[in-house]
Design a protein around this ligand. Sequence first.
Ligand code: NAD
Length: 216
Amino acid sequence: MNQTNVLKEQNQVPEPTLRRLPWYLSNAKLLRQQGAQYVSSTQISKATNIEASQIAKDLSYVAITGRTRVGYDVGELIHVLEDFLGFTQGHKAFLFGVGSLGGALLGDSGLLHFGMEIVGAFDINPAKVGTTINGIPIFHTNSFEERMRDHAVNIGILTVPIEIAQTITDKMVAGGIKAVWNFTPFRIRVPYGIVVQNTSLYAHLAVMFNRLNAAL
Ligand code: NAD
């Protein structure tokens, strides 16, 4: 590893922290709805079941300082967290594979609130190409390279059948995609510098079943 990479790794926010910060954000939004102006680590701790010291440590990565005794300004906390987590930046994405899962993601307006705008989707099924879901146009996969020239997109969402997961990933990367949100159960390979986020509902299900069995 060279010097730049070492420095990059040292400056990286730990993944568990990045996973917890959205919980604090949701909690702060709920408190704002309820009319609260300030929130302390102890209050967030009670609501999220995470140690107050851990919360303070997590929030130390974010540019916010609490006020003695009153805590954090709720509005400021929301603003700073949304900004830090990249939810305000409007990341544009393309989705590949408009099946049950891909179609559901296109229909989910919630992604936009988290800063991800799906500007187009690709499929090969003639019944889907040329239609829209939630106002998002569905193009033929063959036109991907052309569409990449029209939009500043750097995220690709992968919801294709497992057999073509790698082929489509290679296509995305060759076309200029910098991050792949992989929903397929295939461990895709990408060149150095390309970000991959694997997401599986089933992985969480396995954890739940395992814990449930242990509790019975
Ligand atoms: P599906 O069969 O309903 O949809 C797949 C879609 O991909 C179809 O519309 C098909 O026409 C399209 N497709 C085929 N070849 C293509 C190509 N070359 N370019 C673009 N699109 C193409 O399948 P599904 O149930 O939506 O599942 C899709 C993927 O997501 C699978 O790999 C599945 O294992 C995975 N999945 C993951 C989770 C999760 O929790 N991560 C949940 C459900 C499904």
